[in-house]
Design a protein around this ligand. Sequence first.
Ligand SMILES: C[S@@+](CC[C@H](N)C(=O)[O-])C[C@H]1O[C@@H](n2cnc3c(N)ncnc32)[C@H](O)[C@@H]1O
Length: 388
Amino acid sequence: MASPAGLLEILREKGTPLGPWGDAVASVPRDLFLPDEIEVGDEVVSRSTSPARWLEAAYSDVSVTTQVNDGRPTGPDEYRLPTSSSSQPSVMLEMLALLDVQATDRILELGSGTGLNAAWLAHRVGSDRVVSVEIDPVLAEQAAKNALAAGLCPFIVQGDGEQGRPVGAPCQRVIATYAVTAIPYAWVEQVAVPQGRIVAPWGGSFFPYCFAVLDVRDGGRAEGRFTGYPAFMRSRNLRPARGFLDGFLHHREAADATRTSLSPLRLAQDPDALFYAGLALPDAWHLPVPADDGSGEMTLWILADDRASWASADYTPDGRDYAVAQYGPRRLWDEAEAAYRTWEALGGPSRDRAGLSVTAHGQQAWLDTPEHGLSALTDAPRRRSRGG
Ligand SMILES: C[S@@+](CC[C@H](N)C(=O)[O-])C[C@H]1O[C@@H](n2cnc3c(N)ncnc32)[C@H](O)[C@@H]1O
């Protein structure tokens, strides 16, 4: 049944914890928040030509891309970077559970997108308690219209979420629905203590796939841990260029060839290892490309955001060591392997043992307690920039 009640049923069947949000899911029709053309995975679905498929997507537990390439016209062979979406409902609920919203809270959302999450929040705590900031003026205007069509009017405004809220009193909760490399201190300053909380997808280019859940304490300090495995788009104003693999590869014939004893598969398949390695490589992304010939082989590409350097490590199922190619001013595989070895030397901790403190002086990642900083990993970019 492609309806709000049908979506609620799907979420219940999946065992998604609904907490106090079931009523919002059932009362705020998601289809009012979606444009006529949407993308689900690689499929472009038009409401006018495939109305049943469109409605089915609207009421499925899937993320729906609502804008690519910042809304610029995109040719058939061009790379399509999703730049706005209606997030997967079960992931929205996971975030809202982490946010632990109380009925009297004032809430600041960064990244309005379609406006659906702001509308859920408004349904729960009242429209006058929700401010939502969207960087794209066209999307901000549309999100406000969408919410109004659903009978809700959270204050949705165009702006850069890095600055936090443009107006209003301090809030108790801040939720970002785009990924940040660093928690802006403005968010900490705008949260009321002692019960304030910030939830945001967090991480650099290598691994932006977890939520930071931070409690704001007296003295202007936010502290907390990491959880989850979400995939959110990056903050638009800090977004590194992305594109097809070919756009990052050059001088392949001039690459340095070496071998490594670290299995690229072991690194690529371990979210904990990737998380900690990501602290050392905030400015390079990784892309595992499995062979399509059934051989079980895989190439792990590591690609610098600035496109100057790249590396590849080739996994073969029966290999004892693995071929590595590296090109550019940086040796990206060596950096990733060094970070992996540091993580191993720490005992291979899981992600939930890591935490983050944010003060006016910046953010600091730690292991188990704030006293045990992870500078062995997080200082790697600084050492590199000094040529160390
Ligand atoms: C995953 S979508 C948001 C989903 C949305 N909460 C919803 O319910 O539909 C992320 C949004 O964040 C916006 N965004 C990215 N960077 C931003 C920034 N620095 N400030 C405000 N909005 C930003 C994008 O334009 C995009 O619309």
